[in-house]
Design a protein around this ligand. Structure first.
Ligand code: NAD
Ligand code: DAU
Length: 354
């Protein structure tokens, strides 16, 4: 039987990619709950609005009565929980919203789902999949082995600490109540519809606008990059194949230094864009490092590969080229995001950063 799924944060970057992945591959009711804040964009799912099976609800995951009513009214049996404050730099500027949405919001959803699951007699096919991050494991030195599912948590930023808190709650609901939760911890995603506060879209836009390219510290920090489509496929596999209580690491087996990515973006833009105001590599500017900046992330994905048969399909070089092409071909999408809020955020973060 097809699932009746609630996707929180389904108007954001990964959430909206997942909504499209789900609608293309599965039948059944799809409800998105999203506060439509600065990173949540109705346009990301507007092509689905005409489908009877789809509903977008504007609302806060911390609003307990709203969440309870929605789960009941829509007879939800599956939650995929993306909604979060997701940007490390914003968590340094203002951590309170991260504790509220990521910890209190996740708790609110878990409680509402527990009530619904209980009221239906604890059906064995209900699932609550909590989407999390590799950042909960802390930072690696150059020679350390990648994070596994049993690496102790050591979050270093308010963002990762709030995600760690929410992971622990999801884990506790399985161990204490037997509620069928699943947790996925994923590495850095890239691809279409990513808000331009994150490294790759920010650099793409700044190249197109002729603005400086702010590289934090020495630019030698390493991230494990995964195309967002691969992440969506992995979540689908975990949802359908994993056992309640399972935790899976997801990543790209693809460790790249920040400066190498910025160089690649400069070269791709020089090749693909005909109207660049300035030579991209000349725009690179080394700026003061992010406080508490994690040096390196890398994921050991052998469990999900061996047990569930998922592996990343995208080649990074090809995926990065497609992503640059997407930002070039969808200028209206990102131009609409360059609001006063974005300019204020940008000046606040980068304005005083020599
Ligand atoms: P995003 O910021 O693009 O999207 C987050 C979405 O959540 C937005 O649509 C926003 O409006 C919504 N939201 C925020 N607060 C809300 C609230 N109180 N109520 C309802 N909706 C709310 O983030 P993303 O990059 O798509 O990340 C999605 C999830 O995946 C997050 O949980 C994040 O921690 C996790 N994750 C992200 C990455 C990555 O590289 N981007 C990697 C691993 C895990
Ligand atoms: O690892 C998974 C995480 O990846 C997710 O949980 C987060 O939601 C997501 O935001 C991302 O976190 P990062 O901090 O790694 O991503 P970000 O794009 O902000 O930065 C990537 C790297 O680039 C990081 O080392 C900081 C650096 N950077 C970033 C920006 C925005 C710069 O050098 N300059 C910049 O302007």
């Amino acid at each position: 039987m097809s699932k009746r799924i609630l996707i929180t944060g389904g108007a954001g970057f990964i959430g909206s990619n997942f909504v499209h992945h789900w609608c293309e591959n599965h039948e059944g009711r799809v409800v998105v709950l999203d506060i439509l804040g600065y990173a949540g964009n109705e346009a990301n799912v507007s092509d689905l609005a005409s489908q009877d099976r789809f509903r977008l609800v504007k609302g806060d995951i911390c609003d307990a009565p709203l969440v309870a009513k929605l789960l009941e009214a829509e007879k939800i049996d599956t939650v995929v929980h993306f909604a979060a404050e997701s940007h490390v730099d914003r968590s340094i500027l203002g951590p309170a919203a991260f504790v509220q949405t990521n910890v209190v919001g996740t708790f609110t959803l878990l409680e509402a789902f527990r009530n619904r699951w209980n009221s239906e007699g604890q059906p064995s096919d209900y699932r609550f999949l909590h989407v999390s991050t590799d950042e909960v494991y802390g930072s690696l030195e150059a020679d350390d082995p990648p994070f596994t599912e049993t690496t102790p948590y050591a979050p270093n930023s308010p963002y990762s600490a709030s995600k760690a808190g929410s992971d622990h709650l999801a884990r506790a609901y399985f161990h204490t109540y037997g509620m069928p939760t699943l947790i996925t911890n994923c590495s850095n995603n890239y691809g279409p519809y990513q808000f331009p506060e994150k490294l790759i879209p920010l650099m793409c836009l700044n190249i197109l606008l002729g603005k400086s390219l702010p590289v934090y510290g020495d630019g030698q920090n390493v991230r494990d990059w995964l195309h967002v489509s691969d992440h969506c496929a992995a979540i689908d596999v975990v949802l359908h194949q994993a056992n309640p209580g399972d935790v899976y690491n997801i990543g790209g087996n693809n460790q790249v230094k920040n400066l190498d990515i910025v160089h690649s973006l400069c070269d791709l833009m020089s090749e693909l864009a005909s109207d660049l105001p300035k030579s991209p590599r000349d725009l690179i500017t080394f700026v003061t490092d992010r406080p508490g900046h994690d040096r390196r992330y890398a994921m050991d994905i052998s469990n999900i590969q061996k047990e569930l048969g998922w592996s990343p399909a995208y080649n990074f070089e090809k995926g990065l080229r497609q992503t640059v092409e997407w930002y070039l071909n969808n200028r209206e999408w990102w131009q609409a995001l360059l609001s006063e809020e974005y300019k204020g955020y940008y000046d606040n973060l980068y304005g005083n950063r020599p």
